[in-house]
Design a protein around this ligand. Structure first.
Ligand code: SF4
Ligand code: SF4
Length: 84
């Protein structure tokens, strides 16, 4: 449990920019890195993501608020918000 909390903390820290704000940018997925665990789908507050053929897919990009919760939770770095 403590390892998971440390992992989430460091993923959060590395998502901060110099001003301490969460990065804003483009929702990016790497299907080849996805193992289909569904964690990002369940944690997305806006129902943006879905699994298709056991790989991550974007179903509603317009609803994305770029919170990067998916990026923080994905254990395989297969989805994230990349800075513009
Ligand atoms: S950045 Fe936030 S709103 Fe957008 S897909 Fe990821 S979890 Fe959902
Ligand atoms: S959390 Fe990562 S590995 Fe799991 S379904 Fe989402 S993108 Fe794939």
């Amino acid at each position: 449990m403590i390892k998971i909390l440390i992992f989430i903390y460091f993923k959060y820290i590395f998502n901060l920019n110099k001003e301490g704000s969460i990065l804003k940018g483009k929702l990016t997925i790497k299907k080849e890195w996805c193992k289909g665990c569904n964690i990002c789908v369940e944690f997305c507050p806006k129902n943006v993501l879905e699994l298709k053929d056991e790989k991550i897919s974007i179903k509603n990009l317009e609803a994305c608020i770029q919170c990067n919760m998916c990026g923080k939770m994905c254990p395989d770095f297969a989805v994230s918000i990349k800075a513009d």
